[in-house]
Write a protein that binds this ligand. Structure first.
Ligand code: FDP
Length: 293
């Protein structure tokens, strides 16, 4: 409910960006050295406030916060890592963006500290994301499966529109930034040559939007390491882990190229990872190419 209520507010801000002059950068850079957009900052505030108000969340790690926000609460049972506004470079150009959340259980036997959020992806109890696109969709994954809701803009409520999302076994899309080609290893280039001869390329450039399309239609998203980003670009704790949790509940896989994303022992809140995410056969085939000698 906290995520849904925050999403309604953020959707409103997205709709009114140009009207309210809420577009463009704040002039600040985040912990990753990337420009912070006004919507990144306000979206972060919206969700932090929503989590505070719901009373269930003891701590939040965010792409937009160097250090986690500790809310405490004697009975608040969950910890959240989030990317409040994913796809920042698409904000000002009316292209789909989103929000991503990984939800971990709180360990009541230890006092809350910065390390509390640094836990393997396989320890998540649920994950969720929002796509602010041609419609606003919220996808929730838990051990009982994956379901999606669509925002009814006339009432301001999310309506259950797909109670059981399962990844199609036949897939047709692959998603990658081909602009990074010259920095890819020969093995990654070879796996792309194979993909391009059989599948269609679709790349929005907002992880959640590319992920959501591939989840519904079948496909694979890749952001591998390249010369400029030897550890990949995407963030383990609030991008790769939650979306891998979702794809696995829907029948797919997420890999760094060397291990299952959910098995990576995390070292820090903002660490990056290479990411291959989608239909299991696609991920396995790319991983086997990557690891050829
Ligand atoms: P952005 O830089 O616009 O914030 O999370 C980062 C992210 O977007 C993802 O949403 C997206 O998939 C990727 O980076 C796009 O990176 P490239 O511009 O390098 O393709």
């Amino acid at each position: 409910m906290a995520i849904a209520s925050g999403a309604v507010t953020v959707q409103n801000q997205v709709d009114r960006l140009n009207i309210d002059g809420h577009f463009g950068t704040t002039g600040k850079t985040n912990i990753q050295g990337e420009e912070v957009q006004k919507l990144d900052e306000s979206g972060n505030r919206v969700f932090i406030d929503a989590f505070k108000a719901c009373g269930q969340v003891a701590m939040v790690g965010s792409e937009e916060l160097t250090n986690p926000a500790i809310m405490g609460g004697d009975t608040s049972a969950y910890l959240v890592n989030m990317d409040p506004v994913d796809g920042s470079s698409n904000i000002d150009v009316a292209v789909s963006i989103g929000s991503i959340f990984g939800i971990w259980p709180r360990d009541f036997s230890n006092t809350l500290n910065e390390k509390s959020l640094i836990s393997k992806g396989k320890n998540q109890v649920a994950a969720a994301y929002i796509v602010y696109g041609s419609s606003t969709v919220m996808v929730l994954a838990s051990p009982s499966g994956v379901l999606s809701f669509t925002l009814d803009s006339t009432t301001g409520f999310f309506v259950l529109t797909n109670p059981d999302i399962v990844l199609p076994t036949k897939w047709k899309y692959y998603s990658i930034n081909y602009g990074n080609w010259s920095g890819f290893s020969k093995n990654i280039q070879d796996s792309l040559i194979l993909l391009q001869s059989h599948y269609s390329l679709r790349y929005v450039g907002s992880l959640v939007a590319d992920f959501h399309r591939n989840l519904l239609k079948g496909g694979v998203f890749l952001y591998p390491q390249d010369n400029a980003s030897p550890n990949g670009k995407l963030r383990l704790m609030y991008e790769a882990n939650p979306l891998t949790y979702v794809i696995k509940q829907a029948g797919g896989l997420g890999s760094s190229g060397t291990e299952d994303i959910l098995d990576i022992e995390p070292e820090s809140l903002h660490q990056r990872t290479p990411l291959i995410l989608g239909n299991s056969d696609a991920v396995e085939s790319i991983v086997s190419y990557e690891n050829r000698s």
